[in-house]
Design a protein around this ligand. Structure first.
Ligand code: NAP
Length: 269
């Protein structure tokens, strides 16, 4: 049988459709079964029969026609983007394709709560660079939701707002760097956060996220996926340092962003 299994932690291939929230919110939950329980409790899709299945341990049972459970999935690309670069853009595109996200909303933060002791570039510059970088991709949009909110940019506040505006039939996937997501347990209201969205951790190839996630409980780990992004060798920190040292940043980020940096004399000190 040509089934596409979705069980196990965080290994999602392009084209695979994550349909977890449907089962979590219906009879599977009532049975104490979680769809990513692996072989004993897997779930997936029979493409030729257009049905969703799950195995709660007593054999395979078909539950629903695919078209009845297909949800819209929106990507939320959160970041400081100081500056945005090709690593971020390739990560967003890889997540979009793998999870069939439409659109991917880039959400530059206003005041990152975990960088209270580090100065970040003025929000208007980071916002405009994000707009310049994403303008040619019809699937990408930039949201001002965090920029227009006073105070620290807690992801929970953003997810509450976006959840309310998109409504219950949309799954939200928060995309960020693996390093940021590994600190998830310290984020504000993390329990509620994990009820509002899934997480996609952008990693370098070969990065063993499941090992790194060992400090998270199983419940949390099940909500985190990963996408591998070779271009993540590029980093904002390195770009800022290169500008300060007068080195070239060509081909690390889109040319309009490079020009913006020079025009506004960013990262010189
Ligand atoms: P960060 O801590 O500066 O980033 C950690 C690593 O992940 C860096 O290597 C960074 O590379 C990379 N990275 C960051 N965002 C990425 C993205 N969207 N795609 C791919 N790689 C990414 O992260 P940050 O940008 O400040 O924060 C990430 C998101 O988490 C933001 O939306 C932030 O507000 C949120 N966050 C929320 C809380 C909270 O609510 N308490 C706490 C921490 C973070 P670069 O340096 O090259 O970007």
């Amino acid at each position: 049988m040509n089934a596409v299994a979705c069980g196990g932690l965080a290994e999602v291939n392009p084209g695979q459709r994550p349909l977890f929230s449907y089962l979590e919110s219906t009879e599977a939950e009532g049975r104490g079964f979680h769809p990513s329980d692996g072989a004993a409790g897997g779930m997936g899709v029979y493409p030729e029969r257009n049905k969703l299945w799950y195995n709660g341990g007593n054999g395979i049972r078909e539950v629903k026609k695919l078209q009845d459970v297909a949800l819209k999935r929106v990507g939320i690309m959160g970041g400081t983007f100081d500056p945005i670069h090709y690593g971020h853009l390739v990560a967003a595109e890889a997540a979009r394709v793998a999870f069939q996200l439409e659109p991917v909303l880039f959400v530059p933060n206003r005041l990152p709560p975990h960088k209270k002791d580090y100065p970040v570039t003025e929000a208007k510059h980071r916002y405009l660079m994000t707009v310049l970088a994403t303008i040619t991709n019809p699937h990408f949009e930039v949201s001002r939701v965090e920029l227009d909110r006073e105070g620290y940019s807690y992801t929970i506040d953003t997810l509450r707002e976006l959840r309310a505006s998109f409504g219950p039939n949309v799954e939200l996937y928060f995309i960020s760097g693996a390093d940021a997501i590994l600190d998830l347990l310290s984020w504000k209201d993390v329990d509620e956060l994990l009820g509002l969205c899934y997480f996609i951790a952008a990693t370098r190839p070969g990065y063993k996220l499941s090992v790194e996630l060992g400090h998270l409980t199983q419940r949390y780990a099940r909500k985190v996926f990963k996408v591998e992004v070779p271009a993540l060798a590029i980093s904002s920190t390195d770009i800022r340092r290169r500008v300060k040292e007068g080195k070239s940043i060509k081909y690390l980020l889109p040319e309009p962003v490079e020009n913006y940096i020079y025009k506004h004399k960013l990262y010189r000190t």
